[in-house]
Design a protein around this ligand. Structure first.
Ligand SMILES: Cc1ncc(COP(=O)(O)O)c(C=O)c1O
Length: 292
């Protein structure tokens, strides 16, 4: 497997990063993750726009143009000869002269590695989640800082939960540690607003493809509402649409995955099989809104 770093393609043995890198020393970095369908990167442009947005908020900038990164990605997919892969774009603050503040030379790497699918019963039976009061720093950005995520996932593991849902101080569910959250209530598809979450590319696809099938509300979902929710699911590039049947001690729906979530899974699968995917409308990430 090849990696791209420091301007060149290297094998795993030579894919090295300095022990003094701020990404390692201080968790100071951003990344983005996407996957391929039929060897085509899924919504690469939107992921690049989000990476640039995340970088901007850390005072970092990408060392290559979008066209150059796209070419690196395509070369890696080819070089690694993978049927389908997960692609990670990583940008850290690089080596710092005072071990704290970035010195200006960023570290950039691209990975393309085989997808590791989740067990099929996660999709056929649904998963259990817990809620957590941990919170993400700069929640609109995809930073490498997954401390709250790892802590709450470790906590959840003890009771068989596979994801944790961040709940804010007003008791509203925001998103999960590595995914976005959706619920059906009285036939309406609901998802929390973008304000305090990472606006997922999968979330945006779901909103787009579901709008002609279900009424949609973008609004806070309070934990008090959990007993009245019909169905819930999470979305992410690596998980696609994953049904959630239990949140803490609350059973959602009928202890099995519901028909509306099944419909969303079907719509999403069909979308991934399209020859082309239209650009998504995600103004937050567009260049005009980021001072350069
Ligand atoms: C905190 C968080 N929210 C949401 C998502 C889902 O984003 P996407 O659909 O773009 O993969 C992720 C992805 O890893 C994430 O880390």
């Amino acid at each position: 497997v090849y990696f791209f770093l420091k301007d060149t393609f290297v094998t795993k043995e030579n894919a090295q990063i300095s022990i003094l890198d701020l990404g390692l020393m201080r968790g100071f970095g951003v990344f983005d993750y996407l996957r391929t369908y039929k060897q085509k990167p899924f919504h690469l442009k939107e992921h690049l726009e989000r990476l640039r947005y995340s970088a901007f908020h850390l005072g970092l900038s990408l060392p290559y143009s979008f066209e150059e990164i796209e070419s690196i990605v395509m070369q890696l997919i080819k070089k690694n000869g993978l049927e389908e892969c997960g692609i990670k774009l990583l940008l850290t603050g690089g080596i710092s002269s005072d071990h704290l503040l970035p010195s200006g030379e960023v570290f950039f790497a691209v990975f393309a590695y085989p997808l590791t699918p989740y067990p099929s019963d996660y999709y056929s039976k649904g998963i259990k989640t817990i809620t957590t009061s941990h919170s993400r720093c700069l929640p609109n950005c995809k930073t490498t800082q997954y401390l709250p995520a790892i802590l709450s996932l470790q906590q959840g593991k003890k009771s068989g939960a596979l994801e944790s849902l961040y709940v804010d101080s007003s008791n509203n569910i925001l998103e999960a540690t590595t995914s976005n959250f959706f619920a059906f209530k009285e036939g309406v598809l609901i998802t929390p607003p973008e304000k305090d979450i990472l606006a997922g590319i999968t979330r945006e696809v779901i909103l787009e493809i579901c709008k002609s099938h279900f009424p949609i509300e973008i609004r806070p979902i309070s934990i008090q509402e959990l007993p009245s929710l019909q169905e819930t699911f999470i979305t992410a590039s690596n998980k696609e649409v994953m049904p959630v049947i239990k949140i803490d001690d609350i059973q959602i729906g009928q202890n099995s995955i519901g028909p509306l979530t099944q419909e969303v899974i079907k719509l999403f699968l069909a979308y991934t099989k399209q020859e082309k995917w239209p650009s998504l409308n995600m103004p937050r990430y567009q260049a005009s809104l980021i001072e350069r």
